[in-house]
Structures are given as C-alpha cells and as structure tokens.
Design a binder for this molecule. Structure first.
Ligand code: IMP
Ligand code: MG
Length: 174
C-alpha cells in the first residue's frame, strides 16, 4: 500500500461529532449558513452537517489554487461564487485542510465585505505552523504535520478523494 493511514474513519467520525456539538452550542438560537469550499470539503460538509442540531442552510464556493501540483501557487481563482446573499447572516466556512492559508485568507477578505453577521472557519485538518498568513480558525479537527495527505475529500491530481480515511502519500506517488 502506497498510502499510509494517518487518521482513521472512526477518529474522523468522533472528532466531527464533537465539532458539531460545539457548533450547536455556540450558535444556539441562531440560523447558520454552511459554506463548503469545493471540491475537497464536500465530504466533511456532509458528515459535519449531520452532527449539527440547528436550522442550517448550505452554499458552496469553488476555488482553485493548486492545479495538479502539491505546492500552493499563492494565486487563488474563484471558479464558483456563492448563490446566497450573506449580509446579516451567520456564515461558517467549511474547509478540508489549511496549508499556507492563502486560499482562506483570500476567501475571508472577499466574504467580509459582504457584511455577514459573523464569519468563522471550520476545518478538518490544519497543517501546524506553516501558514504564510495568520488565520483565526475557530474549529479544527486535527493538527497535522506538513506532509501531503489524501482521502476523505482530499485529492492528489484529482484522485483518492473517495478514501474513507486520511492517509499520507508515499514519496514514490508524488
Ligand atoms: P492553502 O491555500 O495553501 O491553505 O491550501 C488550501 C487548499 O490546498 C486546500 O483546500 C486543499 O484543496 C489543498 N491542499 C493543501 N494541502 C493539501 C494536502 O496535503 N492534500 C491535498 N490537498 C491539499
Ligand atoms: Mg480545498
């Protein structure tokens, strides 16, 4: 096997249940708009949402920053904008992974000017200590090292998103 399991399906389920309970508590009495960042976040979006006990609506954005390489280009393109207006609403961005932070930094800037009531981030994975811009992340599933990971929505060159766990790519595959 060329992909070494790093985080199991059970660990993901458990962590998302805790995150969902925390979100439910933090937004008690409010309605929430979950904004998934395509494509990587589709799986966490579906699983996390089912652990949140609040009136929730969904929207998605698609951005591109990587192409087929494992290094960030630092250039973010919005491929699909939100369908919803977010002024006055509680918005929670749902991400698969934060690496350099450049993607989210750009997204936050472009969403803040639309005046949401609140704007926070939930991410399954955070690569610890390598952000190139400071990012305030309210909900983090797992802190991981700088290695390139795939599975549970995360891809390498479009593949491996369907793995039910998060694994590290062996160097022979990169
Ligand atoms: P950032 O802008 O460098 O924070 O990168 C954010 C995006 O890059 C994520 O939403 C992922 O789509 C992708 N990415 C970053 N690190 C990884 C990884 O280890 N595996 C797969 N995709 C990654
Ligand atoms: Mg992504």
């Amino acid at each position: 096997m060329d992909i070494k399991p790093l985080i199991t399906t059970e660990e993901i389920d458990e962590t998302l249940a805790e995150m969902g309970a925390k979100i439910t508590e933090d937004y008690q009495g409010e309605e929430l708009l979950l904004v998934g960042v395509l494509r990587g976040a589709f799986m966490i979006m579906a699983d996390l949402a089912r652990t949140i006990d609040l009136p929730v609506e969904f929207d998605f954005m698609a951005v591109s920053s990587y192409g087929a390489s494992t290094q960030t280009s630092g250039v973010v393109r919005i491929l699909k904008d939100l369908d919803e207006e977010i002024e006055g609403r509680h918005v929670l961005i749902v991400e698969d992974i934060i690496d350099s932070g450049l993607t989210l930094n750009y997204l936050l800037k472009s969403l803040k000017v639309r005046k949401p009531a609140s704007l926070e981030i939930a991410t399954l994975l955070l690569k610890e200590g390598i952000q190139r811009v400071p990012i305030d992340v309210k909900y983090v599933g797992f802190n991981i090292g700088p290695e390139f990971v795939v599975g549970y929505g995360l891809d390498y060159a479009g593949k491996y998103r369907n793995l039910p766990y998060v694994g590290v790519m062996g160097p022979e595959l990169l």
